[in-house]
Write a protein that binds this ligand. Structure first.
Ligand code: DGL
Length: 277
């Protein structure tokens, strides 16, 4: 049985890249719903429905045992409902859907020097307040005597620009300066990239924030957290096949997906276009 990795598009590859590095022997299937991306401007019900269709496809058609929602938007808007309402319908107590917000939030107290955290994400992630709650919880547990401030901004146009591969375009640079300006005013020590598409713009964003601000990438944190999870849950690990295979699926014609993912992963990706939902 495989590990499924899901995102609305190419963004989840910034998590997948580290999963491959940390846990190379597993069999993976990546699904990007790029036909319907971006998800971040949609309402909770639509994000839930699209994500449910995607995970259903991965469980039923691709034989996945465990799925990582490598998407902050889906993790913030749909994860809890998927675990409570959808998973029980599969009648298999060993199927798992894991989100990425809790492991990232738990890393913040360790990574932020002064507790001044700037977060950029999609509109849905910023609105959902999952990060506010989880970071506050994690901070309180580790550094209870120190104050913590979270400043958030939505950066909705980054996702379509990244999907188009416009990583170094003038429009992308202009927007990056606009989106980060209100955050920079607070002089944060940490920039949390709370959308898996944004690490593809990490150098640009880090350059704008300056040397005194550290960028947190979701990928390495999520990969380490899955490795620990599989060590703790040997009953799930035993069900996962370890043939080292990789399979890439997307819902739009795959040319743009293939170009960007091949460049980013450093090997040729030939995704198959599939119909989900
Ligand atoms: N990559 C996704 C995230 O982490 C979402 C992008 C979108 O479709 O808006 O939030």
């Amino acid at each position: 049985m495989k590990i499924g990795v899901f995102d609305s598009g190419v963004g989840g590859l910034t998590v997948f890249k580290y999963l491959e590095e940390v846990l190379p022997s597993y069999d993976y299937v990546y699904l990007g719903d790029n036909l319907r991306a971006p998800y971040g401007g949609r309402d909770d019900q639509t994000i839930y429905e699209f994500t449910r269709q995607a995970v259903d496809y991965l469980f039923k058609k691709e034989n996945c045992q465990l799925i990582i929602l490598a998407c902050n938007t889906a993790s913030a808007s749909a994860l809890r409902r998927l675990q409570q309402e959808y998973l029980p319908t599969l009648n298999d107590p060993h199927k798992r859907i894991l989100g990425i917000i809790i492991p990232i939030a738990e890393a913040v107290p360790r990574l932020s020097k002064r507790g001044k955290i700037a977060l950029i994400g999609t509109k849905a992630t910023v609105k959902a307040e999952s990060y506010d709650e989880e970071i506050a919880k994690a901070w309180g547990a580790v550094r209870p005597t120190e104050k913590m401030y979270l400043y958030k901004e939505a950066a909705p146009l980054f996702v379509p620009l990244v999907e188009e591969g416009l990583l170094k375009n003038r429009a992308t640079k202009f927007l990056a300066r606009q989106y980060l300006r209100p955050l920079k005013k607070h002089r944060p020590d940490t920039l949390l990239l709370a959308c898996t598409h944004y690490p593809l713009l990490a150098d640009l964003l880090a350059g704008i924030m300056g040397k005194s601000c550290r960028t947190i990438l979701p990928g390495p944190i999520v990969a380490e957290s899955l490795a620990e999870y599989l060590q703790r849950h040997t009953e799930i690990d035993e069900l996962l096949s370890k043939g080292g295979s990789r399979r890439f699926l997307c819902t739009a014609p795959p040319q743009a997906f293939n170009n960007l993912s091949s460049r980013f992963l450093g090997y040729g990706v030939a995704a198959e276009q599939v119909l989900v939902g």
